[in-house]
Write a new protein. Structure first.
Length: 170
């Protein structure tokens, strides 16, 4: 029993050392370009085709993209439904976790992207560039078998019920 207690104390000490080293590492990067890049500000981004506006916000230690706006072909069209028959408004479409910043110092994330129309899930990598645009690469299995898009920052109006009139018909 004593050796178990001793091992537990050593384990706690190792864990404490790990947290301390991580703290010092983070503190040491506070003024570096990589740390500057880690300061993500939540906001809205339009998908490449300008059909959907996502609200990008931290969720736990991850970054989540919820559908906040939808463009309609015609202003009188009903709001689209997801694969379950529910309105797409508010659906979680993207969840990514932070990874080491790219060589240019801007933040990157890896995770999953879900198509709200059919529920298909894809792997996704994202990078935020200096202008504030997201570069998304979605793929199945191997990144080489994917496609890339640029999602620009969105500053327009989103009406109640997720309607984005300025993107209609685009």
């Amino acid at each position: 029993m004593e050796s178990l207690n001793k091992r537990l104390r050593l384990g706690e000490l190792s864990l404490f050392r790990t947290w301390m080293l991580a703290g010092f590492a983070l503190a040491g990067t506070t003024f570096s370009p990589a740390a500057r890049a880690e300061s993500f500000t939540p906001g809205y981004w339009a998908t490449a085709g300008h059909e959907i506006v996502l609200e990008m916000t931290p969720c736990g230690g991850d970054l989540c993209g919820f559908i906040a706006g939808i463009a309609l072909d015609h202003p009188t069209d009903p709001m689209p439904q997801d694969w379950r028959g529910r309105p797409q408004c508010g659906d979680l479409m993207l969840r990514v976790s932070p990874v080491k910043p790219a060589s240019d110092g801007w933040p990157r994330w890896n995770g999953v992207l879900q198509d709200p129309r059919n529920g298909h899930v894809y792997h996704a990598t994202m990078k935020l560039d200096p202008s504030g645009d997201f570069h998304l690469h979605g793929y199945i299995g191997v990144p080489l078998l994917g496609a890339s898009q640029v999602w620009p920052k969105f500053t327009g109006d989103i009406q109640p019920g997720c309607h984005v009139p300025e993107l209609d018909g685009k």
